[in-house]
Design a binder for this molecule. Structure first.
Ligand SMILES: Cc1cc2nc3c(=O)[nH]c(=O)nc-3n(C[C@H](O)[C@H](O)[C@H](O)COP(=O)(O)OP(=O)(O)OC[C@H]3O[C@@H](n4cnc5c(N)ncnc54)[C@H](O)[C@@H]3O)c2cc1C
Length: 467
């Protein structure tokens, strides 16, 4: 039987944005429910070990932001807001959500919904990127910080942006020997990033925490380098690395081969926007080209009663997520009929504007490097769910044109379980780098139900319940 819940405000996501939203809405008087896929609340950055691990300790050194996370988690727990954990929200309508948990379906009816669904790793394909032992930086962190696993013994870490440092230090703390740390962006990007750090005390402290641990390890970051290919029969055994130009385009004159059983790649993040698309929120291209729901000064999307906060409205980091969550929580509570003093709104709006400005500067320092999409060879998979190779996409584009929708029909790229979460940006990237197709010409893809895979039985039950 379908479980049903009622709330003033339903918050999807228990990361910093969702937790702050829930707390603000609760403090305004609203009845709040939080839903999250994770086993425990915290989201990506405040990831907690599963409760079954007991008190065996934390795997990596606590960063300054983690103290903030502990405080937030404590406050949410003290507020009595229920957290529905291990639930996947797979359908959303204004005023109602359907979720799946252990094969059971639940429906939450709420006057206001806050989307705080975060982000996931941006993937860039290169020969061998689907071999076992090649993982995203986020997945490596989940293994180390969320499960206390050591994902390999000799690692090459490659990518771009500020998340490389936490990944490196988490791996080193777990006992992985990192043999090369490669930042694809030129050294000038780092200098621009420092400019952003100067504007935020919290970000400076966080960066120094990781930089100090990294410098102590004796390893050095190679700027303008990346992974060209991973080699191995049934899992990665070696890696070719090389230099890239300022746009990320591989320069084939500086290749080196290293032995490694782990390759961690982190080329930035993409917003988890599928529920926003499913709710038919107006979507815009963010500064990094990702699709994000348009929000007003109080985090309201274009759909009445739907608010969004944190990475889902643009990659911005923990402080922005928390500030936006707080504002969205107040606005959602007000939408549900609770009184919020104008000065509370004014303060929250000002903080949000300040934090977003800092994170925009940091994001601009490490843009998506279009030349990296030239790493893929003709037989490299570009859609791993449906086994579609670059060659097939080029052939289909030559026959039918380079529209994403047409290519999806022709090749099945984007039709698998990820529903384009991983491959949509890859397709845009390879079409731009190989065929000169302007990525901005593609429309925002529609999201179909279920936005994440669930059993057909659950889908039918939810659709029956929601009408
Ligand atoms: C893999 C990864 C690793 C990161 N590591 C670091 C780091 O080490 N240091 C750092 O400073 N920043 C890190 N970041 C960035 C950091 O996550 C963000 O700055 C911050 O956590 C954003 O907060 P948020 O609340 O917007 O999203 P998140 O913290 O990502 O929280 C979103 C939550 O929404 C839930 N969710 C999403 N979709 C659904 C759904 N359909 N149903 C149910 N629940 C759903 C997810 O389970 C998740 O818990 C990382 C980001 C990622 C993606």
């Amino acid at each position: 039987m379908t479980r049903t819940h009622a709330a003033d405000v339903a918050v999807i996501g228990a990361g910093p944005a969702g937790l702050a939203a829930a707390l603000a809405a609760r403090q305004a008087g609203a009845v709040v429910t939080i839903l999250d896929e994770g086993a425990r609340p915290g989201g990506q950055i405040f990831r907690q070990l599963p409760a079954a691990f007991g008190t065996i300790g934390q795997p990596a050194a606590d960063a300054p932001s983690h103290a903030l996370g502990h405080a937030l988690l404590h406050d949410v727990e003290a507020s009595g807001v229920p957290v529905l954990a291990r639930v996947t929200v797979f359908e959303a309508r204004p005023g109602a959500l359907a979720y799946e948990r252990d094969g059971e379906v639940g429906v939450v009816r709420a006057k206001a919904i806050v989307l705080a669904t975060g982000a996931y790793d941006r993937s860039v394909p290169f020969p061998g990127w689907t071999l076992p032992g090649v993982v995203t930086a986020g997945a490596a962190q989940v293994m180390v910080r969320g499960q206390m696993l050591r994902p390999g013994t000799r690692a090459v870490v490659a990518g771009t942006g500020p998340l490389l440092l936490p990944t490196l230090t988490a791996l080193q703390a777990a006992g992985v020997r990192v043999v090369a740390a490669l930042e694809a962006a030129p050294r000038t990007a780092l200098l621009r990033g420092v400019g952003a750090l100067l504007r935020s005390r919290a970000k400076r402290r966080e960066a120094w925490h990781y930089a100090r641990a990294f410098l102590r390890s004796g390893l050095r970051l190679r700027h303008g380098w990346t992974v060209f290919a991973a080699h191995g029969a049934d899992r990665v055994a070696a890696v070719t690395i090389g230099r890239v130009d300022r746009t990320g385009r591989p320069r084939r004159d500086h290749e080196q081969r290293l032995e490694a059983d782990l390759v961690c790649v982190g080329f930035g993040l993409e917003p988890s926007n599928e529920l926003a698309r499913r709710l038919r929120c107006t979507m815009l291209r963010g500064p990094d080209g990702s699709w994000v729901p348009q929000v007003d000064a109080r985090m309201a999307t274009s759909v009445a009663g739907v608010f969004a906060a944190g990475e889902v409205v643009g990659i911005g980091g923990v402080d922005t997520a928390r500030a936006e969550g707080h504002l969205a929580g107040l606005a959602a509570a007000a939408h549900a009929g609770w009184t919020v003093a104008p000065e509370r709104f004014a303060q929250a709006e000002a903080e949000r504007v300040r934090e977003r400005a800092v994170s925009r500067t940091l994001l601009a320092a490490f843009p998506v490097l279009p030349g990296l999409y030239e790493l893929a060879a003709p037989d490299t998979l570009v859609c791993r769910c449906e086994d579609v190779r670059l060659r097939e996409v080029r052939e289909a584009a030559a026959l039918f044109g380079p529209e994403l929708r047409t290519l999806k029909m022709a090749t099945r790229a984007g039709m698998g379980p990820c529903q384009g979460r991983i491959c949509a940006s890859i397709l845009e990237g390879v079409l731009a780098s190989r065929l000169g197709v302007d990525p901005h010409r593609h429309a925002c893809p529609a999201a179909q139900v279920p936005v994440k895979p669930v059993a057909a039985r659950c889908l039918l039950e939810a659709l029956r319940e929601l009408g």
